[in-house]
Ligand binder design. Structure first.
Ligand SMILES: [Fe+2]
Ligand SMILES: [Fe+2]
Length: 194
């Protein structure tokens, strides 16, 4: 049940903007869950947060931002700003993953990451998504939603709660490795190389 709630590829939204907004809400809920988790459940919840952020941001980077770049007014500047925010969040995520959920400053770092991710989501919701909605047809948004969900479904899943961290590393690796794998499957599916 918990798994379904944090698997963005299982969402029902058919319009890409509705889908991404729902994923932003899912991200906020999962931050709540990590914050409130008992110490022995924190690592598992954080692992799900890493996967959710990896698949969401990578799908945006591969499918949504390139389209926004072409379609919206001043698209290059808008998208470049979003990519810079995403890269900043990825660095924070990578540092937290390296330090592990038992790190003494985990809660502090989580608050910093959350602020960065939420500010980024608000910027997308303000400067990118409404403009993209205004410059695309329903059919385009439907096909982008299908692409985002298909890409997210191909991403590696998190291990079941309670499995050893060695298993986690085999399945997921670091957040950056995870994002690279998601990017690879998206590019293969879209027939791109590199
Ligand atoms: Fe994003
Ligand atoms: Fe987003």
């Amino acid at each position: 049940m918990t798994t379904q709630r944090t698997r963005p590829e299982t969402m029902g939204e058919n319009d890409v903007i509705d889908l991404l907004l729902a994923q932003h809400a899912m991200i906020r809920n999962l931050f709540d869950e990590v914050e409130q988790a008992a110490p022995d459940r924190r690592g598992e919840a954080f692992t799900r947060l890493v996967r959710l952020l990896a698949v969401h941001e990578t799908a945006e980077e591969e499918i949504v931002h390139p389209y926004a770049r072409l379609k919206i007014e001043g698209g290059d500047a808008v998208v470049d700003d979003r990519l810079a925010e995403e890269n900043h969040a990825k660095e924070l995520l990578q540092q937290m993953d390296q330090a592990g959920p038992e790190a003494p400053d985990f809660a502090e770092k989580l608050a910093v990451l959350r602020a960065a991710v939420e500010a980024h989501a608000r910027s997308e919701e303000r400067y990118e998504f409404p403009q993209l909605r205004g410059h695309t047809s329903e059919a385009e948004r439907r096909s982008m939603a299908l692409g985002v969900k298909a890409a997210e479904a191909m991403a590696p899943t998190h291990p079941h709660p309670g499995t050893e961290s060695a298993t986690k590393n085999v399945l997921m690796g670091t957040p950056i490795a995870m994002m690279d794998r998601v990017r690879d499957v998206i590019r293969q599916a879209m027939g791109k190389h590199g």
